[in-house]
Write a protein that binds this ligand. Sequence first.
Ligand code: C2O
Ligand code: CU
Length: 575
Amino acid sequence: MKKGLCVTHYIRHALCPLLHAPGTLHLARTKQSPIPLVPLTKALIMKNFTSKKLIFLLLIATGLSACNAQGKSNSKTGSVKATSNFNPDVEIKMTAQPVSMQLLDGKKTNVFHYEAKLIKGKARNLSEIPGSYLGPVIKIKRGQKIRVIFKNNLPRESIIHWHGLHIPPEMDGHPMHAIDNGEQYVYEFTVVDRPGTYWFHPHPDKITGPQVYRGLAGLFIIEDELKGLPSGEYDQPLVIQDRSFDSDNQLVYVEESPMQRMQGFLGDQIFINGKKNLTQNVNKGTYRFRILNGSNARIYKLAWSDGSELKVIATDGGLLEKSLNKPYLMLAPGERVEIWKDFSDFKPNDNVTLESLAFNSGTSMGRMGGGGMMGNMGGGMMGGNSPGRNGEAMELYTFIANEDKGKSLEIPQTLSQIKEIEPTKAVNYDSPKQFHFYNERMNWVINGETFDMEEVADWEKVKLSTTEVWQFINGDDGSGMGMMQDMMQLPHPAHIHGLQFQIIERDISGMDADVWNSVKDGFIDKGWQDTFLLMPGMKVKVVMSFRDFTGKYIYHCHNLEHEDMGMMRNYEVLP
Ligand code: C2O
Ligand code: CU
């Protein structure tokens, strides 16, 4: 069965609107193109720009003629009813719906919002962030059972993914379980993960980016077992996102701009915790900030404006063994990091800003700005308003000390116990699976493939109760279209569903020195992770164990536009 014919998503999104009625969905999956292209061998991808331009024109022309692919995602209804013998400690009804909110001065903004209601549990299990477009903060203890009844009142299909949690495949929000408008999906699972900052967001095939962008995301906090950490108002989430608005205060997304879509959405305004207010008063005490990069594509290089070090206490999968001091921190979309900040020495009105420093993202699309293929071809399509690139400096959030003295705390010597997975125990220690993330003919691919709802390649199969090493590589395996790929290099935040892993190697031998030097002190390769930043040319090895559940999970690039363009695949845990 042929599912799609379009040569590239890029071309489809650039040109298909001209060929299809507005609102038509492009659900085609790009596989190896069946269209007889000019043999695009390396020999043909020649030495100068004139020839490259020619190839690009050929691609566009072929794309145009093949732009008729359509399909319907095979959405199943999944679990629609609550199970009678499942007795939850916490039960929440969560409805995703369009609402309009006062986000800026003047006109209200149309957003999507997770409206939540506590059906069973204690008040602290569910809280809203007042005035925010973001969904609720769910707080729960390890070992507790939760039921979430998800109702979709959005115009399009959706499903919730619990990012970072170790839960069965049917509970994980695989796009195959997406439900249509008016339907509901019931999640029931036991929380088994370590205390920490997890989150949830939509995961429908090809439209995750726009749904998250419109406001659908929330926090899932597994509560501490350790005493002596900042608590109550001293324990705060900081969800960082970037947005763009038109003159009517409405959100602007990338639909109209293929080049923006290609690099991922980058907004020109920072929102913290779903609000435009970028300052906060703090007491002269010790705070714990749970930072989530909830942006679609923007990467932050976090630092304090006064030059003090960031004291890191936790990563994606919870507390580190010991705190770490960092001059700055790289935080890619999907990642969490927790920092400790003591304002005890501040005088009233003293302030400090959490900033994102400039860095070199290694984006080769960017380098082509002035001339060359993208400059000439892309310029018109980008339509004038191109917000800053990944890597530009920006201020994020300012803390201003007030008169009140807060509680001052010391970081506990030992924060948690981390059981290291011994990599040599991996069944494939000597020959790790390799996952190449790169651009091929204007598609974001993993090992040359894009997402297919059901498909699992041999190299994506693992066995239950085994440990494996996977190596992620930003770049092709050298056999592809070298030049084309090089012209489209971007950072990719890699994320694996259903588990936490440990990073065992970050190989920078293939990286541009300037890129590496601008980010090198910002990585934390300790503790548990579910998402990590893969810079151009970088190779990262992770080790993980596949436990408890069999079935299909996904792994993908957490640049949400890349994910929507198909930079996502299934892996399957076999019995
Ligand atoms: Cu947070 Cu598959 O994603
Ligand atoms: Cu990507």
